[in-house]
Design a protein around this ligand. Structure first.
Ligand code: BJW
Ligand code: ZN
Length: 257
């Protein structure tokens, strides 16, 4: 920890990339443990594809509505708040997430690079018109229910979740900005991701090749273990507040809570 604390205090640009593990302590299941209750008969990786939506839109839309309701009811956790506290302490900070919830924004970030899109920006699957629904009170998540997607207000096509599925291209300007930050930062954190999905999994490699110190926060081993300079083994909500306190003192985390 001492070496890392000194590196962090001297850093001019810190980049953090989060994955599903960062939201796990807010009660949102990780992607690879994702299916609980009635959804456990499905494979999450098979629902997150354009082919699944084309085959059975109500199945896929129902699953995403279940997850959207869970995300609306969840609150940012100590890990999200520690990342916000770190952002306030370093001269330049870039936050990249693979997550489709808005818990980083609700912890205080206004410029999050959402590599895989958002649960809260549905659009027409035919003409791409953003779909605006009336304000709502988040309902009890409906586990395992099929639900017909709404129809587009312009062309009547089925509305789809505003996320990036397997085989789809990431938004170019978002990916570019993330790659640029990875290549320019002094310290790159990979938090709560299994590092299996590309091109996100390339970002710590870009950072390392450009000379940054790569830090991983994860209770389990991942594909990144061998190349990360520091493997902080544990939950993001415990490790990150401890690290921020060690680097900048108690008031740094108090300001973010
Ligand atoms: C904790 C914790 C706690 C628990 N604290 N940690 C190059 C090589 C090989 C294949 C490809 C390649 N380039 C592209 C591909 C194909 C594909 C891909 O990567 N496949 C791999 C599986 C091999 N990629 C794509 O298709 C991408 N598109 C693309 O590249 O276009 C060009 C192209 C297309 C086709 C061929 C070639 C090029 C798009 C990828 C989109 C991924 N989309 C999803 C769904 C998003 C919407 C949704 O949420 O439903 O994104 S899939 C899913 O995985 C989701 C996640 O964001 C993503 C990553 O998952 P993550 O975050 O790592 O979650 P988990 O569950 O895997 O891990 C959680 C971790 O947390 C674990 O390690 C726990 O231990 C840890 N944890 N509690 C800290 N408290
Ligand atoms: Zn349309």
């Amino acid at each position: 920890m001492d070496e890392l604390v000194a590196t962090l205090r001297a850093a001019r640009h810190v980049a953090v990339m989060t994955g599903a593990g960062a939201s796990a302590e807010s009660g949102i299941p990780t992607f690879r443990d994702a299916m609980s209750g009635l959804w456990s008969r499905f494979d999450a990786l098979e629902l997150a594809t354009p082919e699944a939506f084309a085959r059975d839109p109500a199945l896929v839309w129902g699953w995403y509505e279940w997850r959207r309701m869970m995300a609306l009811r969840a609150q940012p956790n100590a890990g999200h708040r520690a990342i916000a506290a770190m952002a306030a302490k370093v001269p330049r900070f870039t936050l990249i997430t693979q997550n489709v919830d808005d818990l980083h924004e609700r912890a205080g970030h206004d410029a999050v690079l959402h590599l895989h899109g958002s649960l809260h920006r549905p659009r027409c699957s035919v003409c791409a018109l953003p779909h605006v629904s009336p304000p709502e009170i988040p309902a009890e998540p409906r586990n395992g229910r099929r639900l017909a997607p709404p129809a587009c207000h312009r062309c009547g096509g089925p509305v789809r979740p505003g996320v990036v599925w397997f085989g789809e291209i990431l938004l170019e300007r978002t990916l570019r900005a993330a790659q640029l930050a990875a290549g320019e930062c002094d310290v790159f954190f990979s938090v709560g991701t299994s590092s299996q999905v590309y091109p996100a999994a390339q970002l710590p490699q870009i950072a390392q090749h450009a000379g940054a110190v790569v830090v991983q926060v994860n209770p389990d081993r991942t594909a990144l273990d061998d190349s990360a300079r520091h493997n902080l083994r544990g939950q993001a909500g415990e490790i990150l507040p401890r690290l921020v306190r060690a680097a900048w003192g108690d008031e740094a985390t108090a300001a973010a809570s």
